[in-house]
Write a protein that binds this ligand. Sequence first.
Ligand code: HSE
Length: 402
Amino acid sequence: MISIAVLGYGTVGSGVVEVINTNHRHINRRAGEEIEIKYVLDLRDFPGDPVESILVHDYNIILNDEDVKVIVEVMGGVEPANTFVRQALMRGKSVCTSNKELVAKYGAELLAIAKEHNVNFLFEASVGGGIPIIRPINQSLTVDHIDEISGILNGTTNYILTKMADEGLSFDTVLKEAQEKGYAERNPEADVCGYDACRKIAILSSLVYGKQVDYEDIYTEGITEITKRDFEYSNLLGTSIKLLGTAKKIDDKVYAIVAPFMIDENHCLIGVNGVYNGIFLHGDMLDNVMFYGRGAGKLPTASAVVSDVVDAVKHRHTNIMTIWKPEKKELGDIRHFRCGFFVRVKGRNIESAITDAFGKVKFVELGDNEEETAFLTETMEEGVFHEKIQAFDLITRIRTTF
Ligand code: HSE
């Protein structure tokens, strides 16, 4: 019998308890041991909930209990999660977490502490919710040089963008509806400004490139400026607009960016809609590989957390080698990132000025009398685009992948 403790009885924590209770026989068979939830830690009380009998408010009870071999940290936020996780690892307890803020900031350090104490620090649920992506990168995609990892990494924004595309609604209208339905947080900043996706691509690129990619270094834009009219153009072009987190190797430099991209029908992620997430990698031997599924939600996220618990139980007394050194990975200057642009500028009959500045472009017309001109550029460096666009009265620009 292996005793575990769950830190945090919120959405994911209660999901972990539910997953283990519902599938306990199957999970025990897979783990090769019987798994017992000995404690749940939360500041709150839950009168009438079966969890009451194992609920504790003092972390030291868990830390000092030698029977507890695996700790599930699903509290979220950097502190006190960071302190609790460090203490657990140093006491020889493995930790499984869904906490992307913690992993993005301290992943390399916590992996090193786990290694030193011959236990495991596992974080499958920190990116892509229920989608297996951390373990495949660490254990399956070990042969290839990965030159690109791109993902729709945030379910809330993908839901909003999908609704805007399908129903011709504005960002504010869809956000309000998403908040009413509980899909979006009351304070939606982390999702709609791209911060959540930024931490997730920081974790993925740190694992892919084996060094610390600091999320503060990743150029990040959210979806708040995307309009109904942008989608009218996008629909006319047969494309879609998605919030992508991308890390791309170009000439030995890694460029990382989170921003809305216009993607066309040939892009692997074009069919990833609603609250779903999709992650695509390109390897030099493997070519393209893609992972798709529910990127959030109680049971999918809990499923990924419990898969880590099973792995931790299977690897007791063995540290699973994970290459993510604390050494900083310097990212390429975003001004040298290369992509195409969908552009809307004020004014009409300015096609020749646009062609003079940008060379070959494709003009796009909605066929109304709006005083604007829209066009698609070919691939160019960000810095060059910004220089050239200065001569125009810019309404919006969205990067493209084609
Ligand atoms: N807010 C996140 C999302 C939850 O919408 O994808 C999962 O990390």
